[in-house]
Design a binder for this molecule. Structure first.
Ligand code: PLP
Length: 442
């Protein structure tokens, strides 16, 4: 920032400098999501100015009443005293199976429909078990950009991973890129999120088909993270049992695990309950390698009675009642869960325009030939500034986001902005702050 503008920033220059020094961050631009959150908390306290907070992906909505009520009733009836089955209550397993039939148009036996302690536990359990399934296959491939915690899970487990940024490999180009990894024989699974956190790209049916075909050819498991299920609002995926369905690789391969978080789509993040959906084929896959670690050579049994038993012995009983009730209502068509979260798309639409009207660009801007959807996240850059520099500068204007650099993206100029915590009341502030930023930097 030019010297002459230092006394004209929405958040006083000296306050930001003081707090940043006190936090002893090596670089604001490269800080983790939680570090940025702490910094902004401190800055709001010191400056008494409310920031436009776009750093953390937390749901900004009230949980659906049908879930809360079911959980209260379950607690009142005393379920807290009883150990739930490791692989979930019968009713929940049935509703998960119905849900994937109704909204993905796939059949999965309730046996493979397993509630987990958030979708994070599902991915942790999967990486742990998948790395033990076949001798010599010890590496996960991430299609980036992605959610940094999945890589953290690998580090904690001491497991290997490789990754690439999909930006340059959309469409048919994805085939050769994936095959270049698969043919080496060391990849046990692939993980990506769709819609994608952080870029909000959505894979096309053609791309999912390529992944499915290659998964079949090379016997690789595709782990599809559907944390933002049906939240590509360009299409209406909300009607049970009717097309269009949420796109999924599960229609192109029998080798899959789906992670369906209830945190964003059902605003139920606090109760830490998600769904792990293992294909019938993978569930029944047998391998003598598993016997080194588990009492069974069958993947599904090893997962439930080996891994999930060892990690947490299942997930909270009362939350399973909540999730079962929300799924049942969605399956019966009495609760339109997509309408409930559509507000995120409306906010993204307005906010993206404010950014682009003030000199910013959308970094991941298309799905091949379609403009990117409006949803929970979007990505931004400003000409002449790296992502790290851009965050450092935006903080003086009362705006926060995170750098794409921590997500495996090679677009180092980019930031991820999350719309969930920004209230429409703050739009005038956002607009005036962006105008000032542009005036000072153009
Ligand atoms: C892509 C992705 N996967 C998984 C999660 C975590 O889900 P859960 O809260 O169900 O553990 C998130 C949360 O932000 C996410 O963005």
């Amino acid at each position: 920032m030019k010297e002459e503008f230092k006394n004209d920033t929405p958040v006083p220059y000296e306050v930001v400098d003081k707090v940043v020094k006190e936090m002893k961050l090596a670089s604001v631009g490269k800080a983790s999501i939680r570090e940025i959150k702490r910094l902004i908390d401190l800055l709001e306290e010191a400056s008494k100015i409310k920031f436009v907070r776009m750093e953390m992906g937390v749901p900004g909505l009230t949980p659906p009443e049908v879930g809360t009520q079911a959980e209260i009733e379950a607690l009142r009836s005393g379920v807290a005293a009883i150990y739930p089955d490791i692989d979930g209550t019968k009713k929940l397993k049935k509703e998960i199976s119905r849900f994937v039939k109704n909204f993905l148009d796939i059949h999965v036996d309730p046996a493979g429909c397993i509630p987990t302690v958030g979708s994070m536990q599902g991915s942790f359990a999967s990486f742990l078990t998948l790395a033990r399934l076949h001798a010599g296959r010890d590496t996960t491939l991430f299609i980036d950009p992605g959610f940094p915690v999945h890589k953290q899970q690998h580090k904690v487990l001491g497991q290997k991973f490789e990754s690439f940024d999909v930006y340059e490999y959309r469409g048919e180009k994805l085939r050769d890129k994936l095959e270049s990894y698969f043919k080496k024989g060391h990849i046990h699974s692939v993980l990506y999120s769709n819609p994608n956190n952080p870029s909000w790209i959505c894979f096309t049916e053609d791309e999912l088909q390529i992944m499915g075909e290659l998964a079949n050819k090379y016997n690789v498991v595709i782990c599809e993270d559907l944390a933002y299920f049906a939240m590509d609002f360009r299409k209406d995926y909300s009607r049970p049992g009717e097309p269009p369905y949420q796109p999924t690789v599960a229609r192109y391969t029998k080798n899959f695990i789906l992670f369906i978080s209830s945190s964003k789509v059902f605003s139920y993040a606090g109760q830490r309950i998600g769904m792990m959906v293992i294909s019938d084929h993978l569930f029944h896959t047998q391998s003598s390698e598993l016997l080194k670690y588990y009492g069974s050579d069958t993947f599904g049994r090893a997962m439930i009675f080996g891994t999930v038993y060892a990690l947490s012995s299942g997930t909270a009983h009362s939350a399973q009642y909540a999730l079962a009730a929300m799924l049942e209502a969605a399956n019966n068509g009495s609760f339109n869960f997509v309408d409930y979260v559509k507000v995120y798309g409306d906010k993204a639409h307005t906010m993206k325009k404010m950014f682009t009207d003030n000199g910013f660009q959308i970094v991941y801007d298309t799905d091949i030939d379609q403009p990117i959807a409006d949803g929970f996240y979007f990505t931004i850059s400003y000409p002449g500034l790296s992502g790290a520099e851009l965050i450092e500068e935006l903080v003086y204007y009362g705006i926060s986001a995170i750098s794409l650099a921590i997500t495996g993206s090679e677009r180092l100029e980019g930031l991820r902005a999350c719309v969930s915590l920004v209230h429409p009341d703050q739009f005038p502030d956002l607009e005036s702050r962006l105008k000032k930023f542009h005036l000072h930097h153009s």
